[in-house]
Write a protein that binds this ligand. Sequence first.
Ligand code: GLN
Ligand code: ZN
Length: 751
Amino acid sequence: MTTIIVGFPRIGEHRELKRITEKYWKNSATQPELLEAATVIKEKHWDIQAQAGIDFVSVGDFSFFDNVLDTAYLLNIIPNRYRALGLSDLDQYFALARGYQEGEKSVKALPMKKWFNTNYHYIVPEINDTTEIKVTGNRLFDDVALATSKHANVKASIVGPFTLLKLARYIGTKQAADFAADTIAAYQEIFANLNETRIAWLQIDEPALVFDLTDEDKAFFQDIYTQLLAQEHGFKVNIQTYFGDVRDIYSTLVALPVEGLGLDLLEGKYNRELIKELGFPNDKILFAGVVNGKNIWRNEYRKTITLIKSLSVENYILSTSCSLLHAPFTTANEPNLHPDLLQHLAFAVQKLTELKELDTILAGNGDKDLAANEELFASVNHPFDANVHARIDQLTEADYHRQPSREERAKIQKAEFNLPELPTTTIGSFPQTADVRSNRAKFRKGEITRAEYDAFNREKIADIVKFQEEIGLDVLVHGEFERNDMVEYFGEHLAGFEFTKNAWVQSYGSRAVKPPIIWGDVSRKEAITVETSAYAQSLTDKWMKGMLTGPVTIFNWSFPREDITPEESVTQIALAIQDEVLDLEAHGIKIIQIDEAALREKLPLRKSDWFKEYLDWAVPAFRLVHSKVEPTTQIHTHMCYSEFNDIVKAIDDMDADVISFEASRSDLSLIEDLRANNFETEVGPGVYDIHSPRIPSKDELVDIINEILAKLPAQKVWINPDCGLKTRGDKEVIASLVNLVAATSEVRGKL
Ligand code: GLN
Ligand code: ZN
């Protein structure tokens, strides 16, 4: 038995899970229909793994929304306000994930956070002093029963106790340690339940071990596992880590009485050193994460074989570096990609084959596979652009600094724009309703002409401009109806990008993104947003924000090439977007928002790496984009995350004039971080959560604005939702924004 995966994508080859789940949410599918569709998906994915020759099929990686929520739910970590709704089990689960609003009943969703350094989001479990951690759910056991009824070799997975307690949010006085005993007992009960099944392995996911660990963390981990593993179990246990190395706890891990240890040997490069220097015990099996679960590229077999051999580990199973959740489904549905590129791609399904072929090669029977792979890698040929390289060579320090200082600019801009206090605005997109999507679909299928497509979008823009004027927003947007996606849209106008038809990757719940592929050197092929923004500005006397995606986000939300450094790729993209910024400015757009929604998510997991491995080039790349604009041009940026904590200074160093960010789903805790760090950039902390359909009331918004003003000076505050509105429906957006403007007026009146 020599091949396994950490997990498989759950959304389905054609995003079946998304479709049926969203139907269910809209009451156009029943619960039995949803459950039946889920079963079909699970069974299909197990069959795919089995047919590819993977030795164990994975169960427990499926989820109706998120795996962390699943584990919390299984363990009864369900705040009372959700129980009080009196919903069915599944609806209660969805209420935690998405919030609930029906008649009098109204509860917000739990906070959502980026999953480590990925673009996947997990639901943050909420624990209060009365939370009783015990096994109450049965979805995992049902899935295990189904899988073991169909397949002989099954591996189940679950989020581990250490990671669960580390990621949870404690809103009472009790902390993680206070829940250790109950948590251990609950996992022991899970063990007992699984003892009744025929699973071969239980994979306990403990990715939180790749963070910097304190002595207290280490003791806590050891304590939990010493007790937990004292329990008899009729299956083998693998403690699985990913996204980094376990340098702080390696010695403890290899000494634990478990049968397997899962290490990411790619992102966790240092794990290789740990194994070589400290050894790996012969009585354990290394789950060797050698096939990249995050990228889309073929595995270079020669390198992988050399790596495996260099470790001198006696017992190992070949695995993926992390769950394939982060990779698209299959390259088989990509008829439009050039064969030159296609042959270098491996999505989830192809990665299964790679594991199998690597296994064959290591067993000494794979000469043909190895030769074919070597030939493939000898032929890589990324499109090269000498102009792009020349431009980068000529950059000097001055290209990275805007003049005059932000303080000077703020004065100039106050006079220039003459906005009221607490200016209101939105983050950019308005609902991508059925008509917007069907217009795009028709254009894609060639059913309407470019002119017809544009005409429709222009009408939408005119409507939304009028709407924003009517309700009294101060700085308007055009609504982004022409954009399928904030990265793909830009990529389509940039040389060096390639697009797939079906390379979807789950982002959160039913939402998936389809990142473009960076395959060649990047430059701007033509003006991208200029015509649209200028048109929108022509419709109103108010200020129209130009709307761009920043270089770091374009890079982070694309599948990057791996033959040049991230820094070099991002600099190429920054120069392309700089061209667009200056073009917008030349066409009369005086407020330009450059979204860096994804800047934070690629922050290295260990603090010691934050600057040298990332921020030291990511922040300058953003400055490069806007350094050449006039003082009277106001640069905004937007970030989709709620944890600035230690990078507040770095965010200020981006030297934007205004920044808006997600805040509402994290209880505005970051406002305090901004205050404590004397944040200089003007800020629009999102005053309500757009990830949920719930409509915030005016009074609730007044309270939130007042909370913000208690910490930040009114002259520096903007009022806006916490992200773009494209995923929402018209009705809730209208009601929410009307309340937002009314709440702002009320607060302004009392300033
Ligand atoms: N301007 C984008 C929008 O409104 C920002 C999206 C994002 O932050 N993810 O859709
Ligand atoms: Zn956002």
